[in-house]
Design a protein around this ligand. Structure first.
Ligand code: SF4
Length: 113
């Protein structure tokens, strides 16, 4: 079962323009109270930002994921840098062999650590 906080964060992160809290709980299939508690956790952790928003005269909140600094070690599989850096290929992520090779390397490194 997916962790509801993680699921909420993923949903918010998938909307770069943000999502209204009044729509979020419906998309998650939870009640508004539970949604508020999850949103508060994420806001308190500094992962999302919440700003007041009025839709059809009703007050709600616009939720956006904060941009987090990238941990450089997340770009490495052992000492191999992710191929997307400086890539000039036409990007079709699902069909990208350099990325698949890199991810395979990453899996090996993580398995042997
Ligand atoms: S996924 Fe592949 S094609 Fe796309 S940027 Fe990364 S390496 Fe380049």
């Amino acid at each position: 079962m997916t962790d509801p906080v993680e699921e909420t964060l993923r949903l918010i992160q998938s909307k770069p323009e943000g999502i209204l809290q009044s729509e979020l709980w419906k998309e998650l299939g939870v009640d508004s109270r539970k949604c508020s508690r999850i949103v508060k956790k994420l806001e308190d952790a500094g992962i999302i930002e919440r700003s007041e928003f009025k839709k059809d005269g009703i007050k709600t909140f616009l939720l956006r994921a904060k941009k987090m600094p990238v941990n450089p070690s997340d770009l490495l599989a052992g000492d191999e840098l992710i191929p997307c850096i400086n890539c000039e290929l036409e990007c079709i992520v699902e069909e990208c062999h350099p990325l698949m090779d890199w991810m395979y390397q990453l899996a090996i490194v993580q398995h042997t650590e």
